[in-house]
Design a protein around this ligand. Structure first.
Ligand SMILES: NC(=O)c1ccc[n+]([C@@H]2O[C@H](COP(=O)([O-])OP(=O)(O)OC[C@H]3O[C@@H](n4cnc5c(N)ncnc54)[C@H](O)[C@@H]3O)[C@@H](O)[C@H]2O)c1
Ligand SMILES: [Zn+2]
Length: 342
């Protein structure tokens, strides 16, 4: 068994996890990886290969990734490629990992030309999400995970919205039973979509709801300052603005959902965002895929559709309005208690 841990996770929970893994007669080789997005690199990938090959890994062995999306993306890709593929399992330890990154078998590292450009589809044998590990996750990382959760509310509709509302009403982002329900629904939905369309030919594209503008914001900030899920929240708001222009009747259908999204925006740190850079980022993406800008929009919660023909004028207006809402909201974690680090 080859186990790879995120460094921060290892410092907080490594002892207890490794205690469970070290059963008699099982040889465990473990390695701790530095935290942060820069670990998803060819340099670190090379270190994983060296480590596994030096310990004589064979195709009957098993690889386990314990950490957030950075760890599961990197380790999953190492598993996909070492000896042409070794089975692996994921223990996501961030909310974003539990509801999104660890599910669906997309694995990748970054390249200087962009994020996730080198990767493979390689399904894990299991994904084990244990919410007690989230007790130590900083509130800002929880909110980033909630960005994806709010995305699922838009895609799944009322059942997910009710589940999330119940969780939010507890005013404790770390409420274990309620988190279990949220994670269960979100991951089951993603797993279902991926099992019908692993390679993103059609249905899986829906999971990009909020990501067209979200990715452009991330890239305009050089992948610093805002976390992935935070930019997804902004991207969702921009998508609602696009939808309102393309199909005005959606505005009324989505009023409550929009209030939910805006409620989260006040938890985001303030940064200067550059509308021009965001629009240029989207144009660049479009050029690379040589396709029209595809937008996932909502008719109403639970009824997503794809629009291929969003004009630049509509986009510009949507981004400007989204930025106006963002810059008008204040940051405040005060309503949510945070458990002490264990
Ligand atoms: N493959 C996919 O389908 C997919 C989907 C979404 C995102 N991603 C990728 O996921 C990455 C982001 O994932 P992330 O948000 O989990 O970030 P991350 O892996 O960087 O983790 C965030 C931070 O939390 C710390 N941490 C992890 N577990 C902890 C715990 N239990 N307690 C305290 N701290 C803990 C980490 O050290 C890190 O500092 C990006 O690289 C993104 O590209 C992949
Ligand atoms: Zn995402």
């Amino acid at each position: 068994l080859f186990v790879f841990y995120d460094a921060q996770l290892y410092a907080l929970h490594g002892r207890i996890i490794s205690k469970h893994l070290g059963l008699p007669k099982r040889r465990v080789h473990d390695m701790v990886l530095p935290q942060g997005e820069s670990t998803k690199s060819s340099t670190h990938l090379g270190q994983l290969y060296d480590f596994m090959l030096d310990q004589n890994i064979s195709r009957d062995d098993f690889i386990l990734a314990c950490g957030g999306g950075v760890t599961t993306d990197l380790v999953g890709y190492a598993a996909a490629t070492v000896l042409r593929g070794v089975q692996w399992g994921a223990v996501p330890t961030t909310l974003l990992g539990m509801v999104d990154a660890a599910i669906g078998g997309k694995t990748a590292i970054n390249h200087k030309r962009g994020k996730n450009l080198i990767g493979a589809f390689w399904q894990p044998s299991f994904v084990l999400s244990d919410v007690t590990l989230l007790n130590t996750l900083p509130p800002r990382q929880m909110v980033s995970g909630l960005g994806e959760v709010i995305k699922y509310c838009g895609l799944i509709g009322p059942t997910m919205i009710d589940t999330v509302r119940e969780y939010l009403e507890a005013s404790n982002l770390y409420h274990e039973q309620l988190l279990v329900k949220v994670i269960e629904r979100a991951s089951a939905y993603k797993a279902d979509i991926v099992s019908h369309d692993e390679r993103e030919q059609d249905k899986r594209m829906l999971l990009n709801f909020g990501h067209t503008v979200g990715h452009a914001i991330e890239s305009s900030l050089g992948y610093t300052k805002l976390l992935h899920g935070e930019t997804v929240l902004l991207g969702i708001l921009a998508a609602l603005e696009v939808g309102g222009q393309v199909k005005p009747r959606t505005v009324q259908n989505l009023a409550e959902y929009r209030t939910m999204v805006e409620g989260f925006l006040r938890l985001l740190p303030r940064h200067e965002l550059d509308a021009k850079a965001i629009l240029a980022g989207m144009a660049h993406d479009k050029k690379r895929s040589q396709k029209a800008q595809r937008f996932v929009l909502l008719e109403r919660p639970g009824k997503p559709f794809i629009a291929d023909d969003v004009s630049n004028a509509v986009l510009r207006k949507a981004v400007t309005r989204m930025l106006a809402v963002y810059s008008g909201k204040k940051r405040n974690y005060a309503n949510h208690s945070h458990r002490k680090r264990s």
